[in-house]
Design a protein around this ligand. Structure first.
Ligand code: AMP
Length: 237
């Protein structure tokens, strides 16, 4: 199967082919079609499975297809159209970079903001002025920005909860509940997780509507093949 046969925009297919993605990974093959149809998705996917492109490509496709990207939302609003919630800063930055690379041929480019804790709020508040097509962030910082009215989640159309098991195991349960309460009930939701302990099951059951289930690889170990792992020993300093 090719990316073109998934009915993605040719501009996205061109970008992934330049990244030397010769064919979709199993999670991409299984997740992209239902996401393009607007279905909710419950996916078991590990780091290295290609899960980022599995949720980002349909998101970008729908922005292109509606012709409403580059924040066609009124410039005076703080609305966010697509929200990707992740457990760590590193993952947020990595997803931001992936989005950037998949947007190589989109013009105008969707406006994407990465918002994470541990750095000053102000540049993120400025970046969010006028709204954003896609926001990638960690729960605490997203809540801080919403509390300061820098970001409005009431019109989110697509929500992705990435690495949901880590979101809950890292203690974000309360923040996540507060965050999800700010989103509209009518939206598309995709949940990706490597493992499905009871709290993740409960999260999925509460927030997904008639989801398509994708289970292409069990277990929590990173997928082999796409990912090279290295350990580098360093001094404490
Ligand atoms: P992820 O699981 O999303 O973190 O992706 C793991 C790595 O696989 C990243 O470096 C991606 O750029 C790469 N990747 C994703 N999809 C494909 C694909 N279809 N073919 C080759 N590499 C891919």
């Amino acid at each position: 199967m090719s990316f073109a046969s998934l009915s993605l925009s040719p501009l996205l297919v061109r970008a992934v082919s330049e990244l030397e993605y010769d064919e979709p990974t199993p999670v991409q093959m299984a997740a992209i079609p239902p996401l393009l149809q607007g279905r909710d998705l419950w996916a078991s996917a590990r780091t290295g499975s290609g899960k980022t492109a599995a949720f980002v490509l349909p998101m970008l496709h729908s922005l292109v297809a509606t012709g409403a990207h580059a924040s066609a939302l009124a410039k005076s609003t703080r609305d966010v159209r697509s929200l990707i919630v992740v457990p760590t800063r590193e993952l947020a930055v990595q997803i931001g970079e992936a989005i950037e690379s998949y947007c190589a041929y989109l013009s105008p480019k969707p406006k994407t903001c990465v918002v994470v804790g541990g750095v000053s709020l102000n540049p993120q508040m400025l970046a969010l002025r006028g709204g954003a097509d896609i926001v990638v962030g960690t729960p605490g910082r997203l809540l801080d920005l919403a509390a300061k009215n820098a970001l409005r989640l009431a019109h989110v159309e697509i929500l992705v909860l990435d690495e949901a098991d880590r979101l809950l195991s890292l203690g974000f349960e309360d923040e996540l509940a507060k965050l999800l309460a700010l989103l509209p009930k009518t939206r598309q939701t995709a949940l990706f997780s490597a493992t499905f302990p009871a709290p993740v099951q409960a999260l999925g059951e509460t927030h997904l509507h008639d989801p398509v289930r994708v289970n292409v690889d069990g277990g929590a170990a990173p997928a082999s093949g796409l990912l090279v792992q290295r350990a580098i020993e360093v001094d404490t300093d």
